[in-house]
Write a protein that binds this ligand. Structure first.
Ligand SMILES: Nc1ncnc2c1ncn2[C@@H]1O[C@H](COP(=O)(O)OP(=O)(O)OP(=O)(O)O)[C@@H](O)[C@H]1O
Length: 612
């Protein structure tokens, strides 16, 4: 629908505009492709590049060389040009994408400078004069000479680019990247390999820039080092930001707006400031970019979505926030999420040996051992600062241990990324909630199905098998939400939910992975008494289904009633491990709890529970 409207608008321009305006339209279409790539990179992968013109130039130069020096025809040359640029992006992206934020922006700026210098210094590439004589494309005996013809040739290319980009944004890959932007550690814990996806988007973004570069070379007939320079990268950035980062249509609108403005400024500046040169225009762009970032950070897309929301009236009817969540009244021992292939109860799944973490002088976890088997609930308790969360972080791959080993279902996972832990069949929730705030409740849970679905970047772009898979993913996510009493909230923004419900969304999201081992960091915090009891029942049912669960919890009473075994940490050291009964009567444990503030609820619970 959106693409059809854009197509109509684009095709209307040649009917109503003069040749000089259509000429501006040609540049807008060419640059729209590069801006679209950048918008994907910024919106999906959350990375800013100041070197997009570098890839634009690699595409343009490769095309120019193939066409003028080797007499290739336009189409095969552009296929090779795009392939060369993607390879260059891969080689550049692998080291650069280990950097983040400002550092990455600076590194890509450096990349653009390197391309400019290489082009300037290379005699093969015509040094400062560049490569001349790139002819206009010819197809079926027709030469695309006039602005209108070239414009009409570019329209389907840009529409195709838009369609592919939109498919990716709405796909499993787009969803995973959105999740990485919201919380990388949570997305990784659900099996999303953030680095790999970032590299893929970086390469894709460069591919868009190189298509733009090839079209530019043919239109201008000459390509020189200016094609890689910084002002052009800024222009692409401005187009993406003005349109609204991450909005595929926004990049095209932004390209038309900036090119129109550019043309206007070019005419206006000499009249206002006689003798002024291009730098004044760059200053104008700089001021515009800053103004947009301050007053309209979401770009034109923000205006559009705001207007649409106002037209549509109120948001979807939310569930009653005050109402407690009630789960299906099913007995504790009715298995939940049991499936074939789950390790038999009692099979050791998680083996932790000698796990140690030192933060400077503080030993947060000291020589910690634990074995967890399928079909059991193990609780990890201890006073504040005992090292429970640090142990979780090391086990799940979020923090690299100073020493020790973690093996999950036969795979060594310590010091590797959380997605490795997830691939081994285990995931976790977080003490400090890591909800994907830009996604709906349903969207959050669908990310949990990442490893249970397959479509990659190409499949997503071409929509081929992806649609059916997406429907299945949505269905299973909705089933899980119903199971946790969150069905009514499915289409609400997860960030709008009250705290306790967000906790349940995290649990639903983790369960969507269908893990063999689930680590829950304070799952009861923020829940009402009834909700706690119902969650405990849910965990028992998961255990009956064969899942292993490790939970950190301050509600000691609830833990002692729920867990099969309890490990107690104090100052990073495991001071006890045994059944709730054994731990309850362990003098070291009682002392550890009574050693803290007397009003501490946990201490009182153990003391009370341990009292003869
Ligand atoms: N990134 C860090 N840098 C320095 N010290 C840290 C870091 N993370 C944790 N610590 C320290 O390690 C110790 C254990 O902290 P941790 O958060 O693992 O305890 P906890 O048992 O989960 O506590 P709580 O129950 O309060 O969440 C504390 O002394 C804490 O200050």
């Amino acid at each position: 629908m959106g693409i059809a409207v854009v197509a109509l608008l684009m095709l209307a321009l040649p009917l109503i505009a003069s040749s000089s305006v259509i000429n501006v339209g040609v540049y807008a279409l060419i640059y729209a492709l590069a801006a679209l790539g950048l918008s994907l990179l910024m919106g999906l992968a959350g990375q800013v590049s100041l070197g997009q013109a570098g890839f634009f130039a690699i595409g343009a130069y490769t095309q120019a060389v193939l066409v003028t020096k080797y007499e290739w025809s336009g189409l095969p040359a552009s296929v090779l040009a795009v392939a060369v640029t993607m390879l260059a992006a891969l080689l550049v992206g692998l080291p650069l994408l280990r950097l983040r934020g400002h550092y990455l922006a600076l590194a890509t700026l450096g990349f653009g400078v390197i391309v400019t210098v290489l082009a300037t210094e290379s005699d093969f590439l015509g040094a400062t004069s560049g490569i001349y004589g790139i002819t206009k494309p010819e197809m079926n005996g027709r030469t695309y000479n006039s602005p209108t013809e070239y414009y009409l040739l570019l329209v389907p290319v840009v529409l195709l680019g838009l369609w592919l980009a939109r498919n990716i944004v709405e796909s499993r890959i787009g969803r995973a990247l959105g999740a990485v932007n919201d919380s990388e550690v949570a997305a990784e814990s659900l099996g999303v390999d953030a680095f790999r996806l970032r590299v893929q988007v970086f390469v894709l973004s460069a591919a868009y820039a190189s298509v733009a570069g090839t079209a530019f070379a043919h239109w201008l007939g000459v390509i020189n080092p200016n094609a890689a320079n910084f002002p052009l990268s800024v222009k692409f950035l401005l187009m993406a930001v003005l349109g609204g980062v991450g909005s595929v249509y926004g990049a095209v609108v932004g390209a038309f707006a900036v090119e129109g403005l550019d043309d206007g400024l070019r005419r206006l500046i000499p009249e206002l400031l006689p003798g002024a040169v291009g730098e004044v225009q760059l200053i104008g762009f700089g001021i515009l970019l800053t103004t947009i970032m301050i007053f309209l950070p979401g770009g034109l897309h923000q205006l559009w979505t705001g207007a649409r929301r106002r037209m549509a009236g109120s948001a979807p009817e939310p569930g009653d926030d005050e109402e407690e969540i009630h789960l299906e009244p099913v007995a504790d021992d009715v298995p939940l999420l049991a499936r074939e292939g789950r390790p038999a109860a009692g099979t050791p799944l998680l083996e932790v040996r000698g796990l140690t973490k030192r933060f400077g002088g503080v030993t947060a976890v000291d020589d910690f051992d634990l074995t967890v088997s399928a079909g059991e609930i193990v609780a990890l308790i201890g006073p504040n600062g005992a090292g429970k969360t640090t142990a979780f972080n090391m086990i799940s791959g979020a923090v690299t241990p100073t020493a020790g080993e973690v093996t999950m279902a036969g795979t060594r996972v310590e010091g590797r990324k959380p997605h490795v832990f997830a691939r081994a069949g285990a995931t976790r929730t977080f003490q400090n909630l890591q909800i994907f705030t830009s996604a709906t409740v349903l969207g959050n849970v669908m990310v949990g199905r990442h490893l249970r679905s397959r479509s990659g970047m190409l499949g997503a772009a071409l929509v081929l098998p992806a649609r059916r898979e997406e429907r299945a993913v949505e269905e299973s996510a909705r089933e899980l939400l119903d199971l946790l009493g969150l069905g009514e909230d499915a289409d609400r923004l997860a960030a709008d939910l009250p705290f306790g419900r967000q906790r349940l969304v995290e649990i639903a999201r983790a369960l969507a992975l269908d893990p063999d081992l689930l680590l829950l960091d304070e799952p009861m915090a923020g829940l009402s008494g009834t909700e706690r009891r119902e969650l405990a029942r849910l965990l028992r049912r998961l255990r009956a289904g064969g899942m292993a669960i490790v939970l950190v919890e301050h509600d000691v009473e609830a833990v002692l009633a729920l867990a099969d075994r309890v490990a107690v940490l104090e100052d990073g050291v495991r001071i006890a491990l045994g059944t709730p009964d054994e731990v309850r009567h362990d003098p070291a444990v009682v002392a550890a709890y009574l050693g803290v503030e007397p009003e501490d609820g946990a201490a009182a619970a153990v003391a009370e529970a341990g009292a003869p």
